[in-house]
Design a protein around this ligand. Structure first.
Ligand code: SF4
Length: 481
């Protein structure tokens, strides 16, 4: 069982703790730099990349505008193909449906693949409570699960671990839950992969039930699509007798032809590959071949609320490629755990507050977990304007705080607005800052301010003001002119 994000502190506290982890920072810097370079190289090869991005965004926007109709069409197509469709309003309902379906088969274990949505709803924990063990089969998710860790990246959930740490986890944990890692295992990638393969094969071969997510769901045909690199997805999707797919309602595409655009955009943006090694598609039940019981749980869990927000709904275009994480300077330094969700990085900072609301301290803090540099928009294959969404959500957080006694921050902002409104006040403030700068002398930064101002000074290394401002220097050197 992997750890959960429940009870995580808000971003500023979690980020400060993460920054103290030098090993994690080194691992992240190395990994994100490698994927960034690969992505940039393969994207540069495509002459009409921008047109592809525009096409991807347009298809997704069209689907979101007509989502009600496409979801009904998807249900009809799936049912016609022999699948059973379930609708889940929230995490609790989805967990109840999946747990009941797994129980009906009489099994006490399931294998899982490509299932971020199930992590979003805490399905593993719900299954565990019902006495059903869920085994992650994606290599990185297996590492997270065996290490009782939390995922920290959309695509590579164990990105914060290096090979030596993974070897240690395999040697220590694999034997407790199945085929042990071989003695003499080294940190060589092929040995680690082989060890995972041997461990998982036993689970694939005996599993009666598999649980998957889906990258795309085609309304026209009822076809679900999983894009992956390791082949474990194919094992999960074909070997068990029962397949339960938990799919967010925003994953719908109108037609099979639309896949053309996304199967070009996704691998280049996510792993920096021209084509991903495995693309699995399945359409309901095929008698005598593959799972004979196919269930699809269509999950809302806050997506309708996000859809209702005309500015924020573009976050639902996201195809979970993780390109925005890999270029984000904030993510690279603090890692994914600090975002308190299975969706970290820039997309997490906009998606979580929209799916979960902005009531909790974690979700209130996320729109501020960004420098607004805009690198996330530049790489996003579906052109989600993440910086604009962050500002939009910051406005929402501030609006929700209006009324009642003003906070220290609000008072400070009111004071700043009064000062900037009149140039003589600003000049007087500058003279005060010059004086402060001369008093503080050769200190590097302001240090901790007293009272409520400490919230501001604790979160940044604010440099001390110069002993002479540019304005004073100009007057001294050039006179009044
Ligand atoms: S927001 Fe864009 S770049 Fe980030 S994961 Fe989603 S699709 Fe990829």
């Amino acid at each position: 069982m992997s750890g959960t994000f429940i009870g995580m502190p808000a971003f500023p506290v979690a980020a400060r703790e993460a920054l103290d982890n030098a090993q994690q920072r080194r691992n992240l810097q190395h990994a994100t730099q490698t994927i960034r370079d690969k992505r940039a190289a393969v994207v540069d090869e495509v002459d009409r990349w921008e047109e592809l991005r525009v096409a991807g965004a347009a298809i997704k926007d069209h689907v979101l505008t007509h989502l009600d109709g496409y979801l009904v069409q998807l249900e009809e197509s799936l049912t016609r193909a022999g699948a059973t469709v379930h609708w889940a309003r929230d995490a609790e309902e989805a967990n109840r449906i999946v747990t009941a379906l797994a129980r009906e088969t009489g099994t006490d274990e399931v294998v899982k693949v490509k299932s971020m949505t199930t992590q979003e709803i805490g399905l593993n924990e719900a299954l565990e409570d019902a006495g059903i063990h869920a085994w992650e089969t994606d290599l990185a998710e297996l590492i997270v699960q065996l290490g009782r860790d939390r995922p920290s990246h959309i695509l590579v959930p164990a990105i914060h671990r290096n090979r030596a740490e993974i070897r240690e986890i395999f040697l220590r944990e694999m034997g407790k839950v199945g085929t042990p890692a071989p003695e003499g295992l080294t940190s060589a990638p092929h040995e680690l992969a082989e060890s995972a393969r041997r461990h998982l094969r036993e689970k694939f071969l005996r599993a009666k039930v598999a649980i998957s997510g889906a990258n795309f769901a085609v309304a026209e045909t009822g076809t679900l699509v999983v894009v992956e690199s390791e082949g474990n997805g194919r094992m999960c999707l074909t070997l068990p007798e029962t397949l339960i797919s938990v799919v967010g309602i925003e994953k719908v595409l109108p037609t099979v032809a639309d896949l053309d655009v996304f199967l070009k955009l996704l691998p280049r943006s996510s792993t920096g590959e021209r084509m991903n090694p495995y693309t699995s598609t399945w359409t309901g039940v095929t008698p005598g071949d593959g799972p004979q019981q196919v269930h699809v749980v269509l999950l809302d869990n806050g997506r309708s609320d996000a859809l209702a927000d005309h500015v924020g709904r573009q976050a639902l275009r996201c195809i979970r490629c993780s390109a925005c994480l890999n270029v984000c300077p904030v993510y690279e330094r603090v890692g994914g755990h600090a975002y308190g969700s299975v969706y970290p990085g820039p997309i997490g900072a906009v998606l979580n507050p929209q799916l979960r609301g902005t009531e909790s301290p974690v979700d209130k803090s996320l729109p501020y977990a960004s420098s607004l540099c805009g690198a996330c928009f530049d790489v996003c294959p579906v052109r989600i304007e993440i910086p604009d969404l962050l500002v939009h959500l910051r406005t929402r957080v501030v609006d929700e705080k209006r009324g009642g006694l003003p906070s220290g921050e609000q008072l400070a902002m009111k004071g700043a607005s009064w000062m900037f409104a009149e140039h003589t006040r600003w000049e007087r403030a500058q003279r005060g800052a010059e004086l402060g700068g001369r008093v503080l002398g050769k200190k590097d930064s302001i240090g901790r301010l007293p009272g409520p101002l400490s919230a501001w000074s604790d979160a940044r290394d604010a440099p001390i003001p110069p002993g002479e401002s540019f304005r004073t220097w100009w007057k001294r050197e050039r006179g009044q002119g």
